[in-house]
Design a protein around this ligand. Structure first.
Ligand SMILES: [Zn+2]
Length: 304
């Protein structure tokens, strides 16, 4: 049990409280709690809105016009991280990393991760990341991918990594093995259709993992060690502060790009971490293309 790493929001709840929280989460939609579990105990799972809301059709997609600009400003050469489908079944997937990706054992790296998209604000986020030449990792919800395949294509073209965050954001620990595979497989196919890549990494909704999930998911399960709780605090300054306060070498920072307040916080996060000497990397880059089976955080230089 690694829940001790999770800080705020990690309280183990009574069974009743857990059930109530789950009911609230199911009613409200998504929202990733700050807690994780690797066993059967109840855990915090308060929620905000989620994929259902994010998947609503957008009247005006302002990102479309910005696409060429993003590509021009993106310095990362070549096609981004194509992953053969076979890696989905490989126990230790190897992912191509950018030539200029740093060695995170030697320099200070941080991985910005964005869950539950694509959404209406993802294109704006892509522009902010491009301005700082910062690759990030997007854990996509399949039914949102199906609604915005063009955003997924632009995300991949800009050099970011894509992870599988299930089709409809269920708690995988409550599903049968067959349904777990279906949730991930359907999302893989949507992402491949949209952008020509198959995710080599998976983030389980709510960070919920048990033995069945670990058995069914042969790709690395990517959790996090810095939770901005941006689904709870819809305030850009607070989201930025939460990210910056806890950022360390090897941090995997959890955001949700379906929140406009989160996207608005990102320039400050990028600016401050850059000033502190951090390099931004994707999850696969953080591990030289070979993430471990269970990821909370990455390596960092011994002396800093
Ligand atoms: Zn999520």
């Amino acid at each position: 049990m690694r829940s001790g790493m999770w800080g705020r929001g990690t309280a183990t709840r009574s069974r009743v409280a857990g059930v109530l929280a789950l009911a609230a989460a199911l009613l409200a939609g998504c929202g990733t709690s700050g807690a994780s579990r690797t066993s059967g105990t109840a855990y915090s799972r308060a929620s905000a809105d989620g994929p259902a809301q994010a998947a609503r059709p957008l009247v005006v997609d302002r990102g479309l016009r910005a696409h060429p600009k993003v590509l021009r400003r993106d310095p990362r050469p070549g096609p981004p991280h194509p992953v053969p489908s076979a890696s989905a079944a490989s126990p230790t997937p190897t992912v191509p990393v950018a030539e200029e990706a740093p060695d995170c054992h030697k320099v200070k790296c941080v991985a910005l991760t964005f869950d539950d998209g694509p959404g209406p604000y993802t294109d704006k986020l892509l522009r902010e990341l491009a301005a700082y030449r910062a690759p990030a990792t997007f854990f996509l919800v399949g039914r949102n991918v199906a609604g915005r395949p063009d955003v997924v294509r632009r995300t991949v073209e800009a050099g970011h990594e894509i992870g599988d965050h299930t089709w409809s954001h269920p708690d995988l620990t409550r599903l049968s093995a067959a349904r777990i595979r279906s949730q991930l497989g359907r999302t893989d196919r949507a992402i491949e259709k949209a952008a020509g890549v198959v995710p080599a990494i998976v983030r389980p909704p709510y960070g919920a993992v048990n033995r069945t999930v670990r058995r069914q998911v042969t790709r690395p399960l990517v959790l996090w060690n810095v939770d901005t709780e941006d689904w709870r605090y819809r305030n850009s300054a607070r989201v930025a502060r939460a990210a910056l306060k806890d950022a360390r070498p090897g941090s995997v920072i959890l955001f949700h790009d379906i929140r406009p307040t989160t996207v608005k916080a990102i320039p400050r996060v990028l600016k401050t971490l850059s000033k502190r000497g951090y390099r931004f990397v994707t999850i696969s880059e953080m591990f030289g293309g070979k993430p471990p089976r269970l990821v909370y955080g990455g390596p960092g230089p011994k002396a800093r």
